[in-house]
Design a binder for this molecule. Structure first.
Ligand SMILES: Nc1ncnc2c1ncn2[C@@H]1O[C@H](COP(=O)(O)OP(=O)(O)OP(=O)(O)O)[C@@H](O)[C@H]1O
Length: 124
């Protein structure tokens, strides 16, 4: 049987994680502000439903990658505060995850917004 109270408790811990991510992590704050900018631009340019769905997927992917990266960084700092080549590999790989999702987000943004921005400038 599903334990609803346990699920609600898990959600509240996850919510604490979301708050900590955007409150204390500089890169996550940057991605939050960037997402607000993208949503504003999307409203100005009048994105289609399908385009909003694409934007939501890539924004969520970047935020999730940032959360995993932060979690790995914190674990690494606890396990090995001193220099260790495996910690370097773990942190660099976690950061690579953020970079890959961010590059994909920029590519999707260019595809979704590029044409619309071009038309908008031509009509100015
Ligand atoms: N204990 C360590 N051992 C080996 N290399 C490390 C160690 N700590 C950090 N590094 C190297 O330094 C890089 C930056 O690590 P750091 O923990 O400062 O992350 P950051 O990207 O600056 O994030 P933040 O600013 O959120 O702390 C890592 O990607 C890794 O290459």
């Amino acid at each position: 049987m599903v334990d609803i109270r346990k699920m609600i408790r898990s959600f509240s811990y996850a919510f604490e994680g979301v708050v900590a991510l955007f409150r204390y992590e500089n890169n996550a704050r940057f991605h939050l502000i960037a997402a607000f900018g993208v949503v504003l631009l999307g409203m100005v340019l009048g994105l289609e439903r399908f385009e909003w769905a694409l934007v939501a997927i890539v924004v969520g992917a970047v935020w999730a990658a940032e959360a995993f990266n932060t979690a790995i960084e914190k674990l690494c700092d606890l396990v090995s505060p001193d220099y260790h080549p495996q910690i370097k590999a773990a942190k660099d790989l976690a950061a690579a995850g953020v970079m890959i999702t961010s590059v994909v987000a920029v590519v999707v943004g260019a595809i979704v917004f590029g044409g619309k921005l071009w038309c908008w400038f031509l009509n100015m």
